[in-house]
Every structure is written in C-alpha cells, then in structure tokens.
Design a protein around this ligand. Structure first.
Ligand SMILES: *Cc1c(COP(=O)(O)O)cnc(C)c1O
Length: 384
C-alpha cells in the first residue's frame, strides 16, 4: 500500500498542490484543467474588492443583486444566504409551528438532510414521499415543500410540480421550493418555468451549483414573506456576507446556459468514447466517473496496490502529464477516491472530448506500466 494513513493523504495533497503551483508558474493557468466539478468561483475585479467593507459592501452589492437575482429566480425580492441549508432553516423557523405538519414531495428520495433536521428542531411532524399518488396535505399543515432537482439531479415532473402547488394554495398553505441545482437544471436543461413563476412562495438555490459562484444560497419569493424570513436570517446570522454577495452577483451574471446544456450532451459523448476502452465508467448528470473498486476491476495484471492507491496514482499521472485535476489528487484526507471528470465547469468547456479520452487512456496505460514498480508509484504520488 502506498497511501496508508491520513498523514500520507496530507502529503499526497501537498504534493498535488506543489504540482499545480509548478504548472501555473511554468506553463500558466491555461495548462491546468480543473475537472473536479467543485471549482466554485469568485469572480470580482479590484475596484469591486475595494468596496468590500462591512456596510459599504451590502449597500452596493445587495442592491445590485436584487435585479440580477430576480431575473435569475423570479419572485418579488431576493435574499442572499450563507448556504441553501441556511435558507431552508430560516424558512422553517419562520413559518412552521411546533406540532404542525410539513409535507414534502420530490422526484426521488432522499431529501436534503437540512429539511428533516430543521423540522425536527422546531418540533414539527415531517412527511416526505417520491410517490405522487401518496402525496397529500393533512389538516394542520404549515408548509409544503417541493424539491425541484434532488442532490442526484433527479428533476421533478412539471405537471406534478404544478399540482402540488395548486393543492397547497387551495388550503392557503405556503410552498417552499428547494431548487439548489434545479433553478438552473430544471429551467435550462428541462425547459421548466422558474419556481416562483409556477407559484412557489419561496424558492432557494445554491449559488455554486452549475454556476460559477461561491458556496451560498439565494432565496427568492413573495416580498412580505421574504421580509419575515429575513428577520430570522439576521437574528441567527444566516445571511451571506458581503464577499459572498459580490461573488454571487458576478456568478449569476456569468452563468451561461449554453455551457450547461453542452455539459449534459457532452457527458454522453465522453461516456461513449471511454466505453470503447473501459468497462466500468458510469455517467453522472454532468460528467463521468469511475470508483477505485471499478478501476481495480479494469486491471488484469497482478500487483500489490490497494484500490485507492490505483485511483491516487492515476489521478497523479493525469495531473503531472496533462494538468488534469481530479479529486483523488487534491482531496482532503478521507475524501472519496472516485475519479470524476465533470464537464459543467469552465475548464471543461473547451476541452476536446476525443483529446480528453485519449489522455485518460494514456494515463491508464502508464498506470499499467508502473503498477508492479512500487518505488516508482510512490514517487508519482509523493514527489513532484
Ligand atoms: C446542495 C443541496 C442543498 C444544500 O446546499 P448547501 O449550500 O450545501 O446548503 C439542498 N438541497 C439540495 C437538493 C441540494 O442539492
């Protein structure tokens, strides 16, 4: 085994960062391709950064975010939050009373854990289902929740979405939509309307999902409800701070629908190309992946490496030889060793997929060449 402990993982990560630094310094940032899908983003220019003071920042950027955010999300007012989870918590703290019911419909279980956790916190009774015929709204319901697109990117059926909102509004119950990725995935790829345009009272999106923004949440909806929720948000410190607000603003401005549509089409192409050479790649909504175990299954040569070691070595070959960044190389100790190639972020947009599949294949061939030479493998992972 090459990577044996958390300490080994720390050393591995430090080495990956040294390699990245070296590539940036010798060849430039353009020679790196971050395909982790977690490349986040903080788009800001120096004159904007100089305004990031406690009170000046919000005065400028929250104002600007109103217009841009409403255009992105619909609704009458938007509210920037520390995370989507913060917006879910604040809405439930505001609208849900102890012992009342909260019912949630989503395309596929499980719900994001922040929803049941927040309900538990206020002492509400929480019900969730992904079977439309089993969805109903009992007496004493304070909030109806719909998830637009689940954590695994399963998107709700538009007719069912409309029906749930109608059922809630017949009983004068507000509807909150968890549209973390859905605000873009549903609308851009599945051509559905914005949640607020479908009648949602509150919708919340994640500003780092499928867009070049920071980790954060953006809530939109009816003004009087947003104002009520904003009180809780400020009382409990759930609001986004000025730097995040600035980056959200610029992230939304730089969100490009075409790129998102392309990544959904392109992942099929990449998958087909890789299937010619490999048996075990799987599709994700925005790319492809292979687990350490499945990678081991691709290899017939006998060797003494663990499954995770194989993934780490392959990730380092991809990084050193081609500047391709994947999570097994740069991840924190304990991060998954699954190798993902995510096509939804900016470095992937201009990557030729035939070229990418050839680089993956060549890296795999190199792995086979070194696999019985443990000293060489160690060198690939730990020294740059
Ligand atoms: C990511 C996600 C969230 C939580 O977003 P955070 O910014 O991590 O709080 C909530 N719901 C769904 C469906 C998600 O995919």
């Amino acid at each position: 085994m090459i990577v044996n402990s958390s300490l080994d993982e720390v050393k591995k990560r430090e080495n990956a960062l040294s390699i990245i630094k070296n590539i940036v310094e010798t060849k430039g940032r353009d020679s790196l391709f971050d395909l982790t899908g977690l490349s986040g983003g903080f788009i800001a220019n120096p004159s904007e950064l100089s305004l990031l003071e406690t009170y000046v920042g919000p005065a400028i950027f929250e104002e600007a975010l109103q217009e841009v955010g409403i255009e992105h999300m619909g609704g009458e007012k938007v509210l920037p939050l520390n995370r989507t989870s913060s917006g879910i918590l604040a809405t439930i703290l505001t609208l849900v009373k102890k012992d009342s019911n909260v019912v949630h419909y989503l395309a596929e279980l499980p719900a994001h854990p922040s929803i049941p956790r927040s309900c538990k916190l206020v002492g509400a009774k929480y019900f969730e289902t992904d079977v439309f015929d089993e969805f109903s709204i009992p007496e004493n319901t304070s909030l109806v929740i719909v998830t637009g697109s689940t954590m695994d990117h399963k998107v709700i059926d538009e007719d069912e979405f409309r029906k749930v909102i109608e059922m809630a509004h017949e009983k004068d119950i507000p509807v909150m939509v968890d549209d973390a990725s859905g605000a873009r995935l549903r609308t851009v790829v599945f051509n559905q309307p914005k949640a607020c345009d479908l009648g949602a009272d509150i919708a919340i999106t994640s500003t780092d999902k499928l867009m070049p923004g920071p980790r954060g949440g953006l809530m939109a909806g009816r003004k009087e409800l947003i104002d009520e929720i904003k009180v809780k948000v400020n009382q409990f410190g759930l609001e986004a701070q000025p730097p995040a607000v600035l980056a959200m603003l610029n992230g939304i401005k730089n969100f490009n629908e075409e790129n998102l549509i392309n990544s959904f089409d392109r992942k099929d192409q990449l998958f087909e190309l890789l299937c010619k050479q490999f048996n075990n790649f799987e599709k994700t909504p925005t790319g492809v992946m292979i687990s350490a175990e499945d990678l081991a299954d691709e290899i017939e040569i006998s060797h003494n490496l663990s499954d995770n070691d194989l993934a780490f070595i392959l990730a380092f070959i991809l990084l050193k030889d081609y500047g391709i960044i994947t999570i097994p190389a740069v991840g924190m100790p304990g991060a998954s060793a699954t190798i993902r190639f995510d096509l939804s972020t900016s470095d992937a947009f201009n990557f030729d997929l035939i070229d990418l599949s050839k680089k993956i294949e060549a890296s795999f061939e190199k792995l086979l060449d070194v696999i019985t030479n443990e000293e060489k493998c160690r060198e690939i992972v730990f020294s740059f």
